[in-house]
Design a protein. Structure first.
Length: 124
């Protein structure tokens, strides 16, 4: 039996550095990444999840940049798992797109008065 190949952990760039570098590279080429692509009817196309919910924040800009770079026309984005659940398949050579999850943590805390309250903390 052969030993499994160990994955070498190369240092990964900080997510903020990766995003900043991608935006700066486009700006240096004269492309404004914050300008949304236009649809056939010249209306703005906002990136949408597979269920029609629009992406927000930096994810909107990241997906606009990816769509422009790869020539995508559809505003819809989904995970590999979602594609499979719909009976689809991702192309063999296709690469993933970067999105950032920024959620909130809900925690129960006890106040000085002894009351149990739910607090929402944003993740960093």
């Amino acid at each position: 039996m052969t030993e499994p190949v160990k994955k070498i952990d190369a240092p990964r760039a900080d997510i903020y550095q990766r995003i900043t570098a991608a935006i700066v590279a486009l700006l240096e080429k004269g492309v404004r990444p914050c300008m949304q692509p236009r649809g056939a009817g010249q209306s703005p196309i906002r990136p949408l999840r597979h269920n029609g919910v629009a992406y927000r924040g930096i994810n909107t800009v990241l997906l606009w940049m990816t769509a422009t770079e790869r020539g995508f026309q559809s505003p819809y984005w989904m995970t590999y798992g979602h594609a499979q659940s719909f009976g689809g398949q991702v192309r063999k050579s296709e690469k993933s797109a970067l999105v950032v999850y920024a959620g909130a943590i809900e925690a129960r805390e006890e106040t000085e008065e002894g009351n149990d309250v739910e607090r929402r903390k944003t993740s960093e």
